[in-house]
Design a protein around this ligand. Structure first.
Ligand SMILES: *Cc1c(COP(=O)(O)O)cnc(C)c1O
Length: 375
């Protein structure tokens, strides 16, 4: 009976208590990932944490290989981190070239903070009225004024626009500029297999892995130019650049859980999931278009499952979010302007259902939003 993708996804995880339309914040994990992480923790208690880590090498290798398949890089290019921000921090701290970056005006606020903290000058790439990159103009601008790196958040946290990642990757290849991709929302959601100079992501969003894990993949050409500042070089125990980037205490059980989750994702089929997420986005925007007091920001056919709603009658997305959880069991995210300080002017409510959402779920959320108007 479980033959549609939605049914299969739903059957593979605990039943949601209410309506969970918040995968852009954190997806619901599946039984296999939860059980694998718990098994690893048990194994640590039985044989010792470091012995258990050695025993888990094949599953962690498989996790890196799965990430490699999604990014167009090689398994040996991938290291685990504790999240996307951690990955970007590792990369920028180790940057040995010109510390300037070109990125979207809608760049993610915490990324801008990391760039500033690492002494990067930031310039804005040209976009259209909704914040989508204008590729030809960007190519011209990058040719005229070459930054140290081009940074693209392929799908934002504050707006469900699929940025033209493939076209920009081609431009950067032509201009021999390193492209760094924030795929925190894009991995598992859009096709990210462009083999960029570097790409990083989170486990817990669209790949439905555990919290506290991320990945960073770096092309060998860029690896050769990085200078990790930590740990200090030891001539008796030389480490590769990637070993240095991966160095540090980590939750191995969570890395195991993530590896299982991304393996499961590939088994379901990346292109099937991506097509269904595009369908889910269209359905969400169609249902929400009828709710008074809110405006759907994205074009209805945008091929992502992230929909943001801008209040038109003065509703406060943070208050509405809290009310939806407490009174209706509907889980969403309120995005304030700090998420994209150079683009977002008013807070928005973000709906980000995964492939298992039903039309009933969305109708329930829409009805709850209408009722919230009385707040
Ligand atoms: C969530 C998110 C991040 C940060 O990811 P963490 O794993 O929480 O560090 C970075 N960029 C975007 C676009 C995000 O949505």
């Amino acid at each position: 009976m479980t033959d549609t993708l939605a049914d299969r996804w739903r059957a593979a995880r605990p039943k949601a208590a209410g309506v969970h339309i918040d995968s852009g914040a954190c997806s619901r994990q599946g039984f296999a990932a939860i059980d694998a992480a718990a098994q690893h923790a048990r194994h640590e208690a039985e044989v010792g944490g470091y012995v258990a880590l050695d025993a888990a090498a094949p599953v962690l290798d498989a996790g890196r290989a799965a990430v490699a398949a999604l990014t167009g890089l090689a398994a040996t290019d991938v290291v685990f981190t504790t999240g996307a921000n951690h990955a970007l921090g590792l990369l920028l701290r180790s940057w040995d070239g010109d510390r300037s970056a070109a990125c979207l005006p809608g760049e993610y606020g915490p990324n801008l903070a990391l760039m500033a903290a690492n002494g990067f000058r930031v310039s804005a790439l040209p976009v259209d009225g909704c914040g989508r990159l204008r590729v030809d103009e960007a190519a011209e601008a990058l040719r005229r004024d070459r930054p140290g790196l081009v940074h693209l958040t392929a799908l934002g946290s504050h707006r469900g626009l699929a940025q033209p990642l493939h076209a920009l990757a081609e431009v950067c290849r032509d201009l021999a500029l390193p492209l760094v991709v924030d795929a925190a929302q894009a991995l598992g959601h859009l096709d990210c297999a462009v083999a960029p100079a570097a790409v990083y992501s989170s486990s817990r969003k669209w790949l439905a892995g555990p919290r506290g894990v991320g990945v960073l993949a770096v092309h060998p050409d860029l690896v050769g130019t990085l200078r990790p500042r930590f740990p200090p070089s030891d001539p008796d125990a030389p480490m590769t650049v990637l070993q240095k980037l991966a160095h540090g205490e980590a939750n191995a059980a969570a890395q195991v859980g993530f590896s299982v989750a991304v393996g499961e994702y590939l088994a379901v089929g990346g292109s099937r999931v991506r097509a269904r997420l595009a369908e889910v986005g269209r359905l969400t925007r169609t249902v929400m278009a009828g709710v008074t007091g809110w405006r759907v920001v994205e074009p209805v056919d945008e091929p992502t499952a992230i929909t943001t709603l801008e209040p038109t009658d003065g509703a406060d997305p943070h208050k509405v979010r809290a009310w939806l959880i407490a009174e209706r069991g509907v889980v969403t995210t309120a995005c304030d302007a700090r998420r994209a300080p150079n683009e977002l002017t008013t807070p928005v409510l973000r709906l980000s259902p995964h492939v298992d959402v039903t039309e009933d779920d969305l109708n329930l959320a829409a009805a709850a939003l209408s009722d919230a108007a009385a707040l």
